[in-house]
Design a protein around this ligand. Sequence first.
Ligand SMILES: Nc1ncnc2c1ncn2[C@@H]1O[C@H](COP(=O)(O)OP(=O)(O)OP(=O)(O)O)[C@@H](O)[C@H]1O
Ligand SMILES: [Mg+2]
Length: 436
Amino acid sequence: MTEHPYLDTSHISNIAPDRGPSKYFHGRTQILRDFNDFLRLAMEEKTGTIFLIQGAPGAGKTALLYECKKFAEKREWEIAEIDPPALWNLDELLYYLGKEDKVQFTGGSGEIGINAGVKAGVKLNVETNQTRPTILKTLQDGKKPLLLILDEAQSLGIKDIVPSDQKRIINSVLNNIHNGRLRRSVILLAAGLEPSKSAFDDLGISRFRAGCFVELGALGKKAERAVIHDWLMKKGCAKGDPIEWIDAIVQKTHGWPQHITVYGDAAAKQIQKDQGVMTPEGLEIVYQTGRERRKAYYKQRVVGIEGNELICLYEAIAGIEPGTPFGQDLILAPLDKKYGYERAEEIFKKFIGKGLLSPVDTLYSVPIPSMHDWMKSELKRTHERLRQAKVVQNADAHCKSIDPDPEDRNTLKQPTQSKESDIPPKDRGSKFDMER
Ligand SMILES: Nc1ncnc2c1ncn2[C@@H]1O[C@H](COP(=O)(O)OP(=O)(O)OP(=O)(O)O)[C@@H](O)[C@H]1O
Ligand SMILES: [Mg+2]
């Protein structure tokens, strides 16, 4: 089906539920089964571990955490959704464990925020408390098994996030959980972008138990179709057989949860507008909306990466078929040539951290074929813009040589200057912006 870039999509809001818990969750059955099994084992053996889910932005990590949490709720675990400092700071841990009721809060809550109030209160309690427990003691102290949930775990890898005098504490806390040595069932369920595993590595956790480290990729075909089916039928209240629309939408979503959600949401809204009828025109509008949202998502991913670094990446993958893996050198070699090896390695890691590249066994790939295509088109667009800038520059130089009249030159220069503010030719070496 051809795509029309001029369709009116204004009746579909740009707000789409493309982050967090899923309305129509499907798939990930093996991971959930393993996690549930481990919950059971941990209860039987009073043990615990760290369970890590790692994946690119939009792979469905947070949604999966939420599903795992439901299993723990069913088994009546105590659950705390924590931030990294709870792993080395007792006040933070007490706060996330909801133990602020131990605190005699005396401040004016109308004037200071609730969190601030609680934390101030905890501090007050601790100061007057003669037997301040340790983090390990606090984790041990409870009748029920305990599930700690840490999302965005890659932040553990941020330089100096753990204060140097607290490193020993976090090492000990993580090791005790990881090796199930707390004499209480305690699981740390973490999810994060690609560098999460190396962040744990740096904190002394080198090997995960079998089944407790998950690299999250695209959804399987069956699950993908089931999610789209739910969006069309449950949310959109479609009348009739949705198979044609499902077949059409999976061509665009590649099993990628974020894409599935934005297309599913757009499709549901369109079907609602058409009172349950799935028309070919409606599908065109879904395509158009989905394509715009997909583009916005890819643009977001490259925010914070320098234009020239991106050009290196885009040029390197330009000759590769989307979905085909390649060796690390394909990207590292041109980066090395331009920036030197040390910096090249850093940039390469950044590409992985942003989910622009993904490891495939010993090779790498651009994790979503449509993102690969988008990178190629960005490169084409960049070359086109550079060419235009060059033409303008040449025209400028030509005018200067044939027209020595300063007044004329000024009028001629006007449009050139306004173009230059779009694309600064002088700065192309370092700051060329790729219209992210
Ligand atoms: N298995 C699934 N079935 C249905 N929808 C899903 C599934 N997994 C994720 N989703 C949906 O896909 C979207 C992206 O998922 P999510 O926010 O969990 O990704 P993420 O990996 O946590 O992304 P980020 O790295 O940006 O935090 C969300 O709308 C989520 O509800
Ligand atoms: Mg998330």
